[in-house]
Ligand binder design. Sequence first.
Ligand SMILES: [Zn+2]
Length: 1005
Amino acid sequence: MASMQKIRVALIGCLVMAGGLWLSSLGAAASLPQHRITISFDLPKHRIYGTVDATIPQSVQTILAGKGLRITKFSINGEAAVAKVEDGRIKLPFHPDRTHVRLEYEGVFSDDEGSSVENIIGAKGAFLLDGWYPAAEAELAHFSLEARVPKGFHGVSEAETITTHETGEERLEVFHFPHPVPHIHFVMAPYVVNKDRHGDVEVATYLLPEDKDLSGRYLAYIKKYLGMYEDMLGPYPFRRFAVVENILPTGYGMPTFTLLGRQVLKLPFIPETSLGHEILHSWFGNSVYVDYAKGNWSEGLTSYLADHYYDALQEKGWQHRKKIIESYESYVHQDNEIPIREFVSGNDRALGAVGYGKTAMFFHMLKKRAGEKAFGEGLKRLAQEQRFRITSWQDLEGIFSNTAGEDFSGFFTFWLNNKGAMAVNLSKIRLSRPGSGYNLQFEIRVANSTMPVFIPVVIHTENKQEKHILPVSAAEQTLSLPLKERPQKMVVDPDYELFRRLDPPERRAVLSRLLGDPTRTIVLPETNQEIYEILIQELQSQGFKTASAEEIDHSNLGEKSFLFLGPQTELKSFLPEAPENPTGFFLQIRKNILNPKRVLGLILAEDTGEVNGAGRKLFHYGQYSKLQFSGGKNVEKETEASDRGIQLEVGRPATGIALEAVLPLSKIASRVADKTIVYVGEKHDRYGDHLVQLEMIQALHRRHPKLAIGMEMFQRRYQKSLDDYISGATDTQTFLKESHYFNTWRFNYHLYEDILQYARANRIPVVALNQDHELVRKVANEGLENLSPEEKGRIPGELILDDEPYKKRLRSVFEMHQTNLDGDSIPQEFEYFHQAQILWDETMAESIANFLTDRPDYHMVVLAGSGHLAFGVGIPKRVHRRIGKDYAIILPDPGEPLELGLADFIIFPTEVQAPEDAKLGIMLDSSDGLLTVAGFSRGSGAEKAGMEKGDIVLAVDGQKVEDFDDLRVFLATKHVGDVVRLKVRRDKSTVELDVELGAPSRHGR
Ligand SMILES: [Zn+2]
């Protein structure tokens, strides 16, 4: 909410209390200081005259002298004394029989409304909020006030009843308030006073004449809220409540009245929401007093039972809670984060996100733990038992533990003392069917939370949704959920019952993300900077850094959250989409597609008037993604869509397609023939898929002699080995060795042999697409941030990490299988896994783009794992982003339910057994640079030929063998049944053996 709307209890005294003397606790009322204050004014001279007659117990030895007041007379028990003011305090001299202290004082307060002074005296009246009378230094005291008010004016102060006596030009107003209170306030203006009743309670409005028509609406809302909270908390603690207009922009609540600034008062939502918050403070803050030294619980509780409650009554509780978390994530960072217990007061956004937001969530979680009934009882007891007492978190803990019959000390200590939010993570989701029903098993990890924690989960089946509460008792736990129907989706905490970190798909690119980002930077307009001048200054004062348009390109765009001013030419494709003919003032935020932790904003404005009209209002619209102002008025606001809850796919329902257009491969080839790029997917070890690829290559090559083949299977640093092989300069063995095929791609070479031989025979260029595996693995384990500058130089300039649907798909791969798209085992950290996949895809996309940019007359067939091609999100769209050529995607049978958009064509290849890898049937040990025979597999040809354990392999068919790779490269060109001559060293002699190659066995190579 906007800071202006954030009405808070006056915390004026807390400074005094925090820095001053602490009284041990509350004695009986008799031992509290009692003050009888009389005041009068000389308005034209901005002057107040006052007397204080006080009874101050011996235990209190200091008087706070007030702010800039002059003590004109001071006496103790009727004897004149010297008032020596030091540090704003008067130390009471020792006087064994002190019963009565009297002070006379005067003070001058200007009426400069622009300054932030709390006290004003002038022609418009008097607004006295802080330090306007001298009084005993104590947490609580008694006050009675008599004010001489000029004719035509009305005064307001803390009062159960007010009596008035007309005396000619003045009126004497006496404010009776029988309860102990930290301090009192006084406001006086030419008010129009309107009164009404709510049971025994007198309700009133004190409005300036020009606003008197608002009275009826306010009186009605006062009565509504008094009724609402009496039902919730028990009787209203006072006999009077008034809404009082202030000439300063305040939103303060005091016992028995609230002081609302005149601009605020006119806003339509103030009586609907903020007034209720304020009235609720009559219970929490203004009768149950806050022990500020031990932390302010009252703002969070009041936000929860007012602002949150009003949304909850309209079934919008979850949206409210999500916004609380969202603004916490936007504004609270390591360097400005405090635990709940340290919150005292503050309108600062980060402090508010803790003291109002996170604390409200704390009470929500407490309610869930205690149960609605015990929580409600606890609130009533808090309001009644602690009335007019200084109350700390400890007191709340005692009351709620007591009403719930459960010890909440661990829960309180954890949430009040620790920074941050909890994090919930699910993985290893498995669905099984043990009997008639289903069993959903998963691992749940909960970080940053006290145990136990109760996690709400909603299971979606085809026909219904069921809610489960999962009790989690350890930070990491495997749970299983028996279900009657087959689950399709599982949603964790869709109602935001937990104060937890949002899952990336739950996050929205909203203005607050930009305003709260420590890296926020304005990018100055390329032209017409003068239009934005005032806004630039305002943003700079709100902590924005400044950069010029020339400084930002896509190499550094991902580093920060940027706000671009004015139309942009260079980085257009990365920025929010701008309307074709922008009018008025337009603002839109989107995720920074180069870095999901950051956002990008764009502002377009017609002229200076539009900028200045919208300018300052902007900061009240933090929860929106898109805003349109016209003449300073908001005419459109929109928040982008996002997931509700952490959504996890469990098992998609089966799908089917209408068989209206089954085509032979040749027809499919002609359908895609005019595309520049044809992607043909594969499951790497399915030979049938590779035969389809070959057929497509042949068909397309007939149409386009200038065809190239892009292959995932080769790393681009070994491009030369491919060029040499295709040109005929090297043989297969040299090629396999120089391309490091067996060290980088572990699949049977026969799977790809036909394709490469066809390319070589027809001199079709083959383009190595892939990134260095070590680099990808390093990113998978340590993240992009830990790459060295040299390594960073090897990655593509554009890495677009923000593609939620793809990320989601990768995530379900990650969670379901704990393997990557190619079946390798994968790291624990999903973010790094995701970065590695993107690095991989972007590198391949860049390789394709580079080739086609150099040879624009070429067509290309790209061979890659289906996971990199499905829905176009891995490679195809990333190529398209770079060079914009048209393409088609052909995937072999994915073996799972089909979805619209998966590919342009799905092919169902015949299953064909690939030529088998020819094997010697030996197990080798490669220590000390020697290949020593360590054992044999079953039916080993080598063993049959007389090879012995301990033999050292020296050569095969006359070729020297130095390592595994030499042997694998040699064998790759052979087939099962071929006979090869092995030369081995046995003891001191050399032995030659003829070995018949066998098929792979399950027991070794
Ligand atoms: Zn408040």
